[in-house]
Structure formats: C-alpha cells, structure tokens
Design a protein around this ligand. Structure first.
Ligand SMILES: O=P(O)(O)OP(=O)(O)OP(=O)(O)OC[C@H]1O[C@@H](n2cnc3c(O)ncnc32)[C@H](O)[C@@H]1O
Length: 156
C-alpha cells in the first residue's frame, strides 16, 4: 500500500489519527499549516485544503478539518473554532452561550483524501453530539475541556 501524506500542523490531531488507524494505513506526516477558506461549508473547506495540500507533496494526500458547532449560535463557530478558541479561550467560549438557554453542540470531523492530483478529493465525515460545559478535565487538546459528548459517560 502506498504511503499517505497526512498534512497537519496539529501534533494532537496527528497523534489521535495515528492511534485510530493503528498502523493499518502507512501514514507520513508533513507539518504544514494550510490556509483555510472562509464563508464555505465544512466540506468545501476540507476539499480546498486537500487541493492546496496536493501542491506540497507527491502521491496520496489526507487532511482533516475540525468544526465545533453550537446549536444556540446557529452552528457557529463551526470551522472557525480555532480562531474563536484563540481569541476567547475556553471560558469565553462557554460564556458566549449565556443568554441562549441552549448548550447543545456537535463536533464535526471532515477528512479529505486525494489519491493523486487528477482525482477530486473524497470526503469522509463524522459527527459527535454533546453539550458545552464549564472547562474541566484534560486541557491538552483544543476545546476538549468544554465539550461533553452525549456518549462520554459524563466526561469532557
Ligand atoms: O494544520 P491543521 O490540521 O489544519 O490543524 P489545525 O489545528 O489548524 O486544525 P483545525 O483547523 O481542524 O482545528 C480547529 C481547532 O479545533 C481543535 N481540535 C481539533 N480536533 C480536536 C479534538 O479532537 N478535540 C479538541 N480540539 C480539537 C484544534 O486544536 C483547533 O484549535
């Protein structure tokens, strides 16, 4: 099987994806922070990110884009969660929902894979539903401390 270049600048994302794939797919990482389109759907953002990624490596390419959607904010911050998190922090993200009376949220992980530069990227997507809570637990990875998945046994 050909090696797949997984392009990400996020060490935690690389670790998580490597653990999930568990050596079933030969993955090599290229540490690049690719530009992300705005005003587009998560699928379009992932597709464009994958097309940009193809310019940096030979052969099959994989990228992932994460969105965190707050139901009370009509799915914002969505794909802009990285910038919201950077500006507001975990507590600020939680405070954003005050007054909306709706803490429901869902995380959307969108992978885009392209086998070569002549083939349109293929999209794979997974969603996890839960609630936005006061920050608690492990602070190692992104917005993990404020997202309590419905199927997480009450943990963030
Ligand atoms: O180079 P890329 O792969 O784009 O890395 P990135 O950190 O820019 O990646 P995203 O735009 O997809 O990430 C959006 C934000 O969500 C965070 N994030 C991604 N996956 C997460 C997860 O499983 N749990 C918690 N936070 C996560 C991540 O740290 C960012 O702040």
């Amino acid at each position: 099987m050909k090696e797949i270049s997984f392009i990400t600048s996020n060490k935690n994302k690389l670790l998580e994806v490597s653990q999930i794939l568990c050596n079933s797919v030969p993955l090599i990482n290229k540490d690049l922070d690719l530009p992300e389109y705005q005003g587009a759907s998560v699928e379009e953002i992932a597709t464009q990110k994958c097309i940009t990624a193809r310019n940096h490596v030979q052969g099959p390419v994989l990228i992932e884009d994460t969105a965190l959607c707050f139901d009370g904010l009509n799915n914002l911050p969505g794909p802009y969660i990285k910038w919201f998190l950077g500006s507001l922090g975990l507590t600020g993200l939680n405070t954003l929902l005050h007054g909306f009376n709706n803490n429901k949220a869902h995380a959307v992980c969108t992978f885009a894979y392209s086998p070569d530069s002549n083939t349109d990227p293929v999209i794979f997507q997974g969603k996890t539903y839960g609630n936005i809570v006061q920050p608690r637990g492990d602070t190692a990875f992104g917005w993990d401390p404020i997202f309590q998945p419905d199927e997480g046994g009450g943990k963030t």
